[in-house]
Design a protein around this ligand. Sequence first.
Ligand code: PEP
Length: 265
Amino acid sequence: MKKIYLYGNWKMNMNQEETEGFYKDFGQQVVSSPALLGVMGKSLETAVFPPFTSLAAAEGASKNIDKRAVPFLGAQNTYFEAKGAFTGEVSISMLKNLGCTHVIIGHSERRTIFGESDDLIAKKVKACLDAALVPVFCFGETLAEREGNKTFDVVSRQLRAALSGRSPGEAEKIVYAYEPVWAIGTGKSATSDEAQEVCAHSKKLIRDLTGSAEMPVVVLYGGSVKPDNAKELLSMDAIDGALVGGASLKADSFLQIYKAYAGIE
Ligand code: PEP
């Protein structure tokens, strides 16, 4: 069975107590299931992305559970400058200081609600790579773009912008997340064929852009992934895992996504 990446984007949810509760539940569920414990860190890689204010609680709580359960911690955003007069922003070194290994860059909510441009997002991707923080780079089309047959143009533009000037070695360190905007938080997932088509296109483009045909590329799908559609989506060969919003807020539903895929009771 292929390795699955299961990443949870908590968005603006989960205070410190709720974060500690999640880790406790998650740790208990993992250690009480030999089948799950056996795959943790091998065929299943998990990470959660709490809000900034819960990162320290998450880092602390992770030390009280089996370290294979949630080995990676990420933030939902960062700024590309190292320090200075950028009110409201959080730097990469601040995130690393809190134990972060990953950071989501270019989530559609950052692009659409907060006006983040391809150019700004590309600067953030570069800064993360320079600092050895894994960027989880999100891209995807809106409903109007899909209905206007612009999906491939849009995702290609977003990927080209993020990878401009990046070496094959750098491109390989990025985790890519195809998240069609119309599927995020709407309960309406892309079909497995729709997701497969764009993820396969993206993998090919990433390899073409870097000139490295054999480069391993990790592409997640995100957009209303739930236990009941997980098996179909995660079984597609161009999809390496899921970036999960709503269903990642409870340890049970988050783990059920992998269990449904792997056929674990
Ligand atoms: C997300 O926030 O990246 C996401 C995919 O959300 P949801 O799973 O709730 O659609």
